[in-house]
Every structure is written in structure tokens, then in C-alpha cells.
Design a binder for this molecule. Structure first.
Ligand SMILES: Cc1cc2nc3c(=O)[nH]c(=O)nc-3n(C[C@H](O)[C@H](O)[C@H](O)COP(=O)(O)O)c2cc1C
Length: 451
């Protein structure tokens, strides 16, 4: 640990007094003092000079004005009157950007404070740029221009992708750049077939909304990019992958996010298309059998970047508030209770319009032929994967209520306006979850009825 020692001292302070104070404080910390800081004008004090020499540290000073700007934990009116700053020792430590570990300690003629140096973050302007590119990245499907993407620009964006973190530094990704129209046509045909299949699975009103959405830009962009993953790359002892093989896919997905952000900064639109069976795309692209497709991207210059996701602007879905996603220390402990939150929101809920969903609490999968049916399975054993079944094995009735609230709210975000709830299981958990559904529904202005 690299320590910073802040010192304030009167003229003529004896060295022994300063040394005692510092030695005692340093016993509490593991680390070396590399930097001693004080107010300008004190750098020639003999006690300070001797201490700096003994520690083998660098000595730096700050002006009164620089010190006065620091938000110190122990300001002193007396020091302020004498020196024009409410603190010397603490303020000098903070002025270096260090984190204060030992606040002000005093002897008769001297005060000290100790901090630890930490790596610098970016300044405000650069932080804003990072936040901006994250906020202004968009999935783009419309407004592509017939302008080629040159290799230099593409190289910069791929370089960003290639800098992604990866499990055990296995770098499991590869980037297949596709410009050939014939190949893109074949991939486009696959997406069209999947689009039709998805449309057919939707309830009628949702289908009408879906018809207005564009889900890919395979032929509208000069460039497509298939991002793949080699799950076995690096052999047997890749660090961190042994217990969780999914981490190779995560790594490749992060590479895509890097690509997406760097592309946004270049003014390049990117649209991720997943309306495919990955193996069918792999066959068209003639990928080796061990290579998995992670993402298929459409890339090109665009006339503009929309201020919000297209699915939000079209009313198809809404963004989930960050506060719903943050739990403190245990699952479900949020800054405000989800149930209280929902009860409060009930008063201001604007009635939603939208799709009707038949929620069967505790039902079995036999109802799933109905496009508007959603089964909530409360059993301990995970049912086979099916997005028509939500598996919610609540551990307590209170948790079941929360799950109910959350299900209703998440459905509202996906354009649902009406819940018809059917209790198909006679258990405390099922009843509690139904209650939660009712609370969540009224919080979001959903119509709620029981079947
Ligand atoms: C893994 C993944 C797959 C996606 N697949 C599609 C897709 O097939 N078609 C589509 O139009 N958008 C697709 N998207 C884009 C999302 O709809 C989009 O990211 C989301 O609505 C948020 O919008 P934004 O990216 O502009 O913030 C996909 C996004 C991700 C991350």
C-alpha cells in the first residue's frame, strides 16, 4: 500500500514530536509512506525535512486555496482563521486524490493525517463521454445508408471487440465479416421464416403490433458480422472456466458489446439479429462443427441514432427501472419494498391498454396451446424450458407475493394490459402469488380479474 502523509506544523516543531505522532499512527497500517504533503511555505521546516529524509519519501505542497477546496471530515475554525483553510493535514492528503485512512491526529505543535493512494479515475468530461456512448448506443434496424464501411474503421471497431475480457484470457471469439450478397440473402431467408413463425405464435392484437416492427437489416447494411465462440479454446486448464462453461459464451457476448459501443462512437449503426436457429446460420456460413454462433450483427452507417430503443418508441415494451433490479445483501431486499412500492403506485397508475394474458397459477403445461396462456409453476423441480412457463418456487408466502408483483410488472413492461388469473393449485404459496399478481397489476394499471 502506498501511503500519503499530510502534515500541518508550527514553526520550530521539534522533530521528536512529529516523529512520535507519525510512528504511532503508522503502526496501525501496513504500507510505506511515499509522499508527504503540506501547505506551501512549510516545506523548509527542519522537522519536516528530517522526517521526509527518514521516510525516503517525496515532499509536495499545496496552496491555501487548493487546500480550502477539500471537503475534510474534521475542519477547524481556528486553523481557518490562522491559515485561511479549515484543514492542512487532512486537506493535503485529499488534495492528492488519496483516500483518507487516518483522519487528523494532533500533538502540541503538529497535526497529521494519512491516506492511501488509489488509481485515478477519469475526469468529469471523459466520464461523461463513457456514459454518453453507453446511453446513446442503439440497436438499429432502419435508416441505413448505402455507404461502404472501410477496413480502417472496421479494424478500429474490431480492435475494441478484441479487447473484451474473457474467461482465463481464452479469447474464444472469432469475427466472420460477410459482405457477399448471396450469403446474406440466404441468412435473410432464415430470419424471414423465423419472423413468420414468431408472428404465428402471438395473440392477435400482439401480432398486429409486431407486424409494424422491423427485426433485422441483413440486406440493408453493407456488412454483416457473425461473432462466434470456440468453447474449448485454450484446452483443459483455462482459468475460471472449469466450473462454469457458460463463461466462454459470456466472453464472446462482451466482445459484441465492445463492438457495439465502439461502432456507435464511429457513427456506425449495429443491429443484433437472433431470429435464427443458430445451427441453420452455421450451416450457411459453413462454420466448423466446434464453432458456435453467438451473435449475428448488421452493420452500417445510418442517418440518425434514435434517442430511445425502437421497442420503447413503438410501444412494444418498456424499460425496467434500475431500482427493480438492485437487491441489497439478500434477494428481494430492495431500497424500497417491491410490495409497498406497488401499493403506492396503485394510486397513480394509468390504466394500461394491451394484450390479455391468462395467468394460470400452479397449472400444468396442457394449456400452453393457447397463445395468451402463461403458467406459473411453483413446484420445487424445474420444469422443461418453455417461455410459456414461469418457474417460481417461492420459499415463503412473502416471497410468493413479491414474485407475483414482479411478474405483473414485468408483463406490463412487455405490453400486457389485462390479467386474467386462475388459481389452479390449492396452496399458501399459490394464493400469495395470486395476491401479488393483483397488487402488481393494479400498480401498473392492468385490468385484473379472476377466472
Ligand atoms: C442478444 C440480443 C438479441 C437481439 N435480437 C434482436 C433481433 O433479432 N431483432 C431485433 O430487432 N432486435 C434484436 N435485439 C435488439 C433489442 O431489441 C434491443 O437491444 C433492445 O430493444 C434495446 O434497445 P437498444 O439496444 O436500442 O437499447 C437483440 C438484442 C440482444 C442483446
Amino acid at each position: 500500500m502506498s501511503l500519503v502523509l499530510g502534515v500541518g506544523l508550527r514553526a520550530g516543531t521539534p522533530f521528536a514530536e512529529l516523529q512520535d505522532l507519525v510512528t504511532t499512527a503508522l503502526r496501525e497500517l501496513a504500507g510505506e509512506v511515499r509522499l508527504v504533503v503540506t501547505i506551501a511555505g512549510k516545506e523548509h521546516e527542519p522537522a519536516l525535512q528530517e522526517l521526509v529524509a527518514q521516510l525516503g519519501a517525496e515532499l509536495r505542497t499545496f496552496s491555501t486555496e487548493e487546500l480550502a477546496q477539500q471537503p475534510v471530515p474534521t475542519p477547524s475554525e481556528r486553523v481557518d482563521q490562522l491559515k485561511g483553510t479549515p484543514s492542512v493535514a487532512e486537506a493535503a492528503v485529499l488534495a492528492t486524490g488519496a483516500h483518507l485512512l487516518i483522519p487528523k491526529r494532533q500533538a502540541s505543535n503538529t497535526t497529521i493525517a494519512i491516506g492511501v493512494q488509489r488509481a485515478a479515475g477519469y475526469d468529469l468530461r471523459d466520464r461523461e463521454v463513457v456514459q454518453r456512448v453507453i446511453a446513446e448506443r442503439r440497436d438499429v434496424r432502419r435508416g441505413f445508408l448505402d455507404v461502404a464501411v472501410d477496413d480502417v474503421v472496421l479494424g478500429r471497431v474490431l480492435e475494441a471487440a478484441h479487447r473484451a475480457p474473457s474467461v482465463g484470457l481464452s479469447q474464444p471469439w472469432d469475427f466472420l465479416v460477410i459482405r457477399d450478397l448471396a450469403t446474406r440473402r440466404k441468412v435473410h431467408d432464415l430470419a424471414t421464416a423465423q419472423r413468420d413463425a414468431f408472428a404465428a405464435s402471438l395473440p392477435e392484437d400482439r401480432r398486429a403490433a409486431f407486424d409494424g416492427l422491423k427485426i433485422e437489416a441483413i440486406l440493408d447494411t453493407p456488412l454483416n458480422l457473425a461473432v462466434t465462440c470456440d468453447p474449448g479454446r485454450g484446452g483443459r486448464h483455462v482459468l475460471g472456466r472449469h466450473a462454469d462453461p457458460r463463461t466462454t459464451m459470456f466472453s464472446a457476448a462482451i466482445a459484441i458489446q465492445n463492438f457495439w459501443l465502439a461502432a456507435r462512437a464511429e457513427g456506425l449503426g449495429v443491429g443484433w439479429v437472433s431470429f435464427f436457429e443458430p445451427d441453420e446460420v452455421a450451416a450457411i456460413l459453413d462454420l466448423p462443427a466446434h464453432i458456435e454462433l453467438v451473435g449475428y450483427l448488421c452493420v452500417g452507417y445510418v442517418d440518425e441514432f434514435a434517442p430511445a430503443p425502437e421497442l420503447v418508441r413503438s410501444g412494444w415494451a418498456k424499460r425496467r427501472p434500475l431500482s427493480w433490479a438492485i437487491h441489497h445483501e439478500e434477494w428481494g431486499r430492495r431500497a424500497t419494498s417491491i410490495v409497498d412500492d406497488a401499493l403506492q403506485a396503485t394510486q397513480n397508475a394509468v390504466p394500461a391498454t394491451g394484450q390479455r394474458v391468462h395467468v394460470i397459477v400452479g397449472g400444468d403445461a396442457s394449456r400452453l396451446q393457447q397463445a395468451d396462456a402463461l403458467i406459473v409453476d411453483l413446484q420445487a423441480v424445474r420444469p422443461p424450458a418453455d417461455f410459456g412457463v414461469l418457474w417460481r418456487p417461492a420459499r415463503t408466502p412473502a416471497e410468493a407475493v413479491e414474485f407475483g408483483v414482479e411478474i405483473a410488472r414485468d408483463l406490463a413492461l412487455q405490453g400486457v394490459g389485462q390479467l386474467v388469473v386462475q388459481l389452479a393449485e390449492n396452496s399458501e404459496q399459490a394464493e400469495a402469488l395470486s395476491r401479488g399478481l393483483q397488487v402488481g397489476a393494479s400498480a401498473c394499471g392492468l385490468t385484473h380479474s379472476t377466472a
